[in-house]
Design a protein around this ligand. Structure first.
Ligand code: E4P
Length: 271
């Protein structure tokens, strides 16, 4: 499984890259906002994004999202992002929302697909994002997306919100779903975000799609474990979750014991 870091904070990206385990970066407008809020006003966005692409380097894709809500606007923005940034390290990928409509009945429903097809035909790689169903993922792959990003955590949020369960953003949600009384909570048969990813992975494997699946909206290390068990191609993980993945109480305890047990004979090997 490849690991992408899900942040627009350059310090987090650089730190995680220095661990030697990061294969790519994903951003979205909310993550850019968090980075800018942390840096304060006056950030030169063009330089900043350029630095992210340079830090990630060739072979480590960086997803940048459009903000337009129509096919033409998204196409124009995607071209602009690609033309400005892909020459830096050949690693710019354009995020296109599965459905750019601000309401449920708009015709813009289909613009995500149309623009994905157009961009893919021009050789511009698309990360088809905000995917909440297998059906959306399937259509994104058919439209030629390089990646599709199912939002595991947001599906867990949705199930809990609908059931009136209170929860914190990082709270673990059972991959096999949670029952409310007798009934297992589900969204059209999908019982958790991990279940959604698992379904997509199975179908993409069955049809040998070239599109890779990025499990997104990852909230805690246990969810990463369950996502890895689905065989998903990539998980994009926030920095704080990555940090938590490095440690365990017994690892700390073990180091304390080993350090205390170093005999001078063994220590002399390192002098
Ligand atoms: C990445 O591609 C997504 O935009 C991101 O994982 C969303 O995460 P969130 O649901 O925690 O905001």
């Amino acid at each position: 499984m490849k690991i992408f870091i899900d942040t627009a904070k350059l310090n987090e990206i650089k730190e995680a890259l220095s661990w030697g385990i990061v294969d790519g970066v994903t951003t979205n407008p909310s993550l850019i906002k968090q980075a800018i809020d942390a840096l304060g006003k006056g950030v030169d966005m063009e330089n900043y994004i350029g630095e992210i692409l340079r830090a990630a380097g060739e072979g480590h894709d960086v997803s940048l999202e459009v903000t337009g809500l129509t096919e033409e606007k998204m196409f124009e923005q995607a071209k602009r992002l690609h033309d400005r940034f892909n020459s830096i390290a050949g690693n710019a990928v354009i995020k296109i929302p599965a459905n750019p409509s601000l309401n449920k009945t708009s015709l813009q429903d289909y613009d995500g697909l149309k623009v994905t097809r157009r961009l893919s035909e021009e050789g511009i790689r698309v990360n088809y994002t905000l995917v909440m169903t297998l059906e959306q993922a399937l259509l994104g792959a058919k439209a030629g997306a390089r990646y599709v990003s199912p939002f595991a955590g947001r599906i867990d949020d949705y199930l809990r919100e609908r059931a009136g369960i209170s929860f914190g953003k990082g709270d673990y949600y059972e991959a096999s779903g949670m029952g409310e009384g007798e009934e297992i909570l589900n969204d059209e048969g999908i019982v958790s975000g991990v279940d959604l990813v698992d379904n997509i992975v199975q179908v993409f494997r069955e049809y040998q799609f070239e599109t890779e699946v990025i499990a997104a909206s990852v909230r805690n290390p246990r969810q990463v474990r369950e996502l890895a068990l689905t065989g998903v191609d990539i998980a994009t993980i926030p920095f704080d979750v990555l940090k938590r993945m490095t440690s365990h109480e017994k690892t700390y305890e073990g180091i304390v014991r080993f350090t205390a047990d170093i005999v001078p004979e063994y220590a002399s090997l390192f002098e």
